[in-house]
Design a binder for this molecule. Structure first.
Ligand code: VGL
Ligand code: ZN
Length: 180
């Protein structure tokens, strides 16, 4: 079975949000089209407490239960079968969806006989990268859909660095047209 993992398509990571990814909202229509091609769809949410060491590196964003932590309003979120909450501790960043604390993502996917994971969303250079590398480590054949991700790019070229890291980690980079 294949599954789609939608990473952190939340208001705070989109233009106008507290930690906006340039053109972060451009991934939304691409993801909405991809949603139709999967029978198993899960999503992660960055879901921080009010105070966390994470906010020493980043502006305050995606505080649990806030407007900024909601999915982008145009994301077809009715297709999402389970949400995984991460970054919930006040002691670490929790970038990877596999660090979710409400449910175990590996167990959830393996229970549904998922062997191939397609990763999309925000941000390429943090949570997408960390989630894709963890997925490979956990034994999933892992794909990242290049036109369905966008990067923060704190430093120019961070997106390319992330793609290089993922390729080195045996993650396969594809475009949305490649998904059957
Ligand atoms: C993320 C920076 C801080 C992400 C989360 O979702 O990629 N980036 N927190
Ligand atoms: Zn965060």
């Amino acid at each position: 079975m294949k599954a789609l993992l939608v990473v952190d398509v939340q208001n705070d990571f989109c233009p106008g949000g507290a930690l906006a990814v340039p053109e972060g909202d451009k991934v939304v229509p691409v993801i909405n089209k991809l949603l139709e091609k999967f029978s198993i769809v899960v999503a992660s949410k960055d879901w921080h407490p009010h105070e966390t060491v994470h906010f020493q590196k980043w502006p305050v964003h995606c505080v649990h239960n806030s407007k900024g932590a909601e999915f982008h309003p145009d994301l077809n979120s009715v297709k999402i079968q389970q949400v995984f909450l991460k970054g919930t501790s006040n002691k670490d960043d929790g970038y990877s969806a596999f660090e979710a604390t409400n449910l175990d993502l590996v167990k959830y996917l393996k229970n549904k006989d998922v062997t191939e994971l397609y990763v999309v969303g925000l941000a390429t250079d943090y949570c997408v990268r960390a989630s894709a590398l963890d997925a490979m480590q956990q034994g999933f054949k892992t794909f990242v859909v290049r036109d369905a991700v966008a990067a923060v790019n704190v430093n120019p070229g961070d997106d390319q660095k992330a793609f290089d890291d993922m390729t080195r980690g045996k993650v396969v980079l594809i475009t949305s047209g490649d998904v059957k």
